[in-house]
Design a protein around this ligand. Structure first.
Ligand code: MN
Ligand code: MN
Length: 521
């Protein structure tokens, strides 16, 4: 039998072996990624222990009784970020006036900077280290402030919202420092301690920090969760416009036996008004309400195709028989990118058990319209008021009507062509081996929009938490896997973003132009 000829062997050595080696990485940056990931794996118990130390601080920002703990948490965080070699600024946020007139100090905010190499991209990370309230007796299986590992999950208040992700970002930086590697991007931090109470003072803080944000190219928020078991990047959130509609017939409640049949009842008027807002197919009946809603583009259309979303599972979790739509695409679009109107309740109406024969004098209907891009709150407010006044006029009722907008939060949507989305996709593919779903949030997270409006920078929401983490709920958790793999995503993201940033700079002639200006053009 003839032996394989030497040239064939060398062909194998020269061409085939490098081809086999390629996916495992042969250049320096791929070896670096591997080393970074190995380091993170090797130190995962330390990272879990750090989370345990943070979760142990009951930094509940909603209850003034815990204000000292929130302040302590902010101090711990500031010290931790200082250990990275960052310059840390602790910003006083003033005083909060409580309902009883007492004044308590707001927890300070943290601004920090690490690195100021003008040839590198600058990434600002937003996070918060305050938490929702939690009590064991609310139905927690373990003490909410003792991080408890069970079946691969790390249970504790703040584990996923938002202490885990903040620490994962810090640990990603730790990893470069421990391995004596150059961090490929400049890093900035903005960390707050009152996110769970609506971030009072954050807008003023951002407005007052023009200098701090001036050289920021990208803002990353990691404060939400995936849609399914598949990693996701979030590029939009809906806003909300919350209305009160008040109908008043007189000053006091009356008896239906003595007055029923001879008066104009406020409840009848209100129920008629509420019923005129939306039809049974979910369509909002207010003329003009859909006029500003952004049309679905071809690109956006394509994004829905691959999204991992199990309609049946969602239906089971919701415990309803049927949805208004029977396909994934329409369901996601109506959750994410179309407005919806929900009726929440009636204040002043009899709502107890039993059969009380009261005729309420003043009733206030509460409803809200989730806002989609590019709806404008003042426009919506006007349309709603005009419509309800028109409907009411046709009732010929002598009662008094008052419609008011109580909350107006704007929707947010990012341009997904932003290099940071591309970089995050690369990082996620390296860690999880899948391309992340591009998703939006149907609910309202005003932060991204606030940052976008005030800083004019590109924003990305890069969640690492799982869909079943139960933020705000009993038994909040982050899985050990998501926590550690998320740390790897962040570590890789610094490299992947730096690479794309460099490529973009190379393509443009003006090397000194900041990325924000390039992607704007
Ligand atoms: Mn949060
Ligand atoms: Mn939260």
């Amino acid at each position: 039998m003839k032996q394989p000829s030497l040239p064939l062997c060398s062909l194998f050595l020269i061409f085939i072996i490098p081809l086999i080696m390629l996916p495992f990485g042969s250049d320096a940056s791929e070896r670096l990624v591997e080393d970074l990931f190995n380091y993170i794996d090797a130190h995962q118990d330390d990272f879990v222990q750090n989370l345990k130390n943070w979760v142990a601080v009951p930094s509940d920002s909603s209850d003034p009784q815990f204000r000292g703990e929130v302040i302590r948490m902010m101090e711990m965080t500031a010290k931790r970020i200082e250990t990275l070699g960052a310059s840390v600024q602790i910003v006083d946020m003033g005083f909060e006036t409580l309902y009883d007139g007492r004044k308590v100090k707001f927890p300070p905010a943290i601004l920090a900077e690490l690195g100021n190499d003008t040839t590198k991209a600058t990434v600002c990370f937003y996070g918060h280290v305050d938490v929702q309230p939690a009590k064991k007796e609310d139905g927690w299986k373990s003490d909410p402030f003792t991080l408890t590992e069970l079946n691969g999950n790390l249970y504790g208040r703040g584990a996923t919202d938002n202490k885990g992700p903040v620490l994962a970002w810090i640990h990603a930086i730790d990893t470069y420092i421990a391995m004596k590697q150059d961090i490929p991007v400049n890093l900035k931090f903005i960390i707050e301690g009152v996110e769970e109470t609506g971030s009072p003072g954050l807008e003023e803080l951002i407005k007052g920090q023009e200098q701090f944000f001036s050289d920021v190219d990208y803002i990353v928020i990691s404060d939400n969760v995936w849609l399914s078991r598949k990693p996701a990047l979030t590029y939009g959130t809906r806003g909300n416009a919350y209305f009160f509609v008040e109908v008043e017939s007189g000053k006091k409640d009356l008896h239906s036996g003595t007055f029923g049949g001879i008066i104009h009842e406020s409840m009848r008027d209100l129920v008629y008004l509420l019923a005129s807002l939306v039809d049974t197919s979910g369509r909002i009946l207010i003329p003009g309400i859909y006029d500003d809603v952004a049309p679905v583009t071809e690109e956006e259309h394509k994004l829905y195709e691959n999204i991992d979303f199990d309609m049946e599972e969602h239906k089971n979790n919701t415990e309803v028989n049927t949805f208004l739509y029977n396909n994934k695409e329409e369901i996601l679009q109506h959750l994410w990118r179309y407005p919806s109107l929900s009726i929440h309740g009636i204040e002043g109406a009899f709502s107890g058990t039993g059969s009380k024969t009261v005729i309420p004098s003043k009733v206030i209907g509460k409803f809200s319209i989730r806002q989609a891009p590019n709806m404008q709150i003042p426009v919506v407010e006007k349309l709603v008021k005009n419509y309800l006044e028109d409907v009411f006029a046709k009732l010929n009722s002598p009662n008094k009507l008052k419609v008011s907008l109580e909350i107006g939060a704007m929707p947010w949507v990012a341009n997904v062509d932003d290099p940071q989305y591309e970089a995050a996709k690369i990082s996620i593919r390296k860690v999880f081996g899948v391309t992340p779903d591009m998703v939006r949030e149907g609910s309202t997270i005003p932060l991204a929009r606030t940052f976008q409006d005030l800083t004019k920078k590109r924003i990305m929401m890069l969640p690492i938490g799982g869909a079943d983490d139960g933020e705000h709920s009993q038994n909040e958790k982050i899985s050990r896997s998501n926590y550690i793999q998320g740390t790897k995503v962040f570590a890789s993201f610094f490299l992947d973003l730096a690479k794309l940033h460099e490529d973009l700079l190379e393509k443009s002639d003006a090397k000194k132009v900041k990325m924000s200006q390039i992607i704007e053009s």
